[in-house]
Design a protein around this ligand. Structure first.
Ligand code: FE2
Length: 363
């Protein structure tokens, strides 16, 4: 019997963006997502349009508002492009809602049944940090393309995938002094456990500092690191996010691959911008992580970061922000030998170059 709220995995991540049609093209051409479903004026919606894209188990919805008073438009006006919904796949959306609300979650919408010729789904939603929400998706009785209300989207343009497989973790940035409160929300309301804790003594450089706690459900398919800013010599990167997102929100989604060399090569070829990693990083990395199977020259050429823990090692790389504001970005991660951690050893290497990029040297 599981102690945490039973969750099968990430159902989808929904982004509210300024222009869903163009964003969809970016996710197809740059990241190799495949077209799946569509909803908008043609399907009877008046205030929004949504493109649904898929790559292996990862589903993204890109939604834009059509009218100035649309909830999507007002969200995007305040926050810029970003993640609005982290949807969780459950066996019972009504029970998930009732259990979490009874433990203190704030409702976003009550359980609702939606159906079409392909079956029925049950959806419910609760609020989490900032204006972000969790939708509980129960679709075991549905055989359609995506969800009721969506039609199949099947254009001729289908660039090849880039080897991305599933959502590994989703990081939230919250305000000063809010990390414990948000971590407690996941522990008390969802029954999550805390995996790892590190504080500003661990992740403090000349340029930035943060504190982070990682909460996860029992089957570890849902892992949410929660960051808050910490005092550094310069403004914290987390604080900068909060200033530009206008409050707490999802900082990055980590997408898993089992062949990071192939994936990063494909993404770079298609114009995805990654964090600058100095060559000096590779001078000491073997000392820090020991021997690994991959060719170090190839990792250095692609600027892939390496870290390890007691179980194994992980290869990772972070994109630059994928919209105009210095807010949301992606991580590509390849875990080897059952590595469970999140790349703490790379934060020192990460933040200095990231900061250089962010202050506009163009690296
Ligand atoms: Fe991460």
């Amino acid at each position: 019997m599981s102690k945490s709220l039973p969750i099968n995995g990430t159902a989808y991540v929904e982004f509210y963006v300024g222009n869903a049609k163009q964003a969809a093209h970016y996710y197809q051409s740059a990241f190799g997502f495949q077209p799946l479903a569509y909803a908008g004026l043609e399907t009877g919606l008046k205030d929004r349009t949504s493109y649904v894209l898929k790559q292996d188990k990862i589903i993204f919805i890109l939604t834009a508002g059509l009218m100035p008073d649309s909830e999507v438009t007002t969200h995007q006006k305040t926050h810029g492009d970003g993640v609005k919904v982290i949807a969780l796949s459950v066996d019972d959306a009504e029970k998930s809602f009732n259990d979490t609300v009874s433990k203190g979650a704030k409702p976003h919408f009550e359980p609702k049944h939606e159906s079409d010729a392909d079956g029925e789904v049950v959806l419910s939603a609760i609020k989490t940090y900032g204006e972000t929400i969790h939708v509980f998706v129960e679709n075991k009785n549905y055989n359609g393309t995506f969800l009721p209300g969506y039609i199949k989207w099947d254009p001729d343009y289908k660039p090849e995938n880039t080897g991305l497989l599933y959502v590994d973790h989703i990081v939230g940035n919250v305000g000063w002094g809010e990390m414990d409160k948000v971590a407690d929300f996941y522990k008390n309301v969802m029954g999550f456990s805390q995996l790892i804790s590190f504080d500003d003594k661990d992740i403090s450089t000349e340029y930035t500092a943060l504190q982070s706690k990682v909460v996860a459900n029992d089957n570890l398919r849902i892992k949410f690191p929660i960051n808050e800013p910490a005092k550094g010599k310069k403004k914290s990167q987390i604080e900068e996010y909060l200033d530009f997102y206008i409050g707490p929100g999802p900082q990055h989604v980590a997408l898993a691959t089992e062949d990071i060399i192939k994936t990063i090569t494909a993404l770079r070829d298609r114009g995805v911008d990654f964090l600058h990693v100095p060559d000096e990083y590779y001078e000491t990395v073997t000392e820090r992580v020991g021997e690994i199977a991959e060719d170090m020259d190839e990792l250095q050429k692609l600027k892939i970061l390496i870290d390890n823990d007691e179980n194994g090692y992980l290869l990772q790389l972070f994109t630059k922000p994928v919209q105009d504001r210095p807010t949301f970005f992606f991580e590509i991660i390849d875990r080897k030998g059952g590595a469970q951690s999140f790349g703490k050893g790379n934060f020192q290497a990460l933040f200095d170059p990231f900061r250089r990029y962010r202050v506009g040297t163009g690296q």
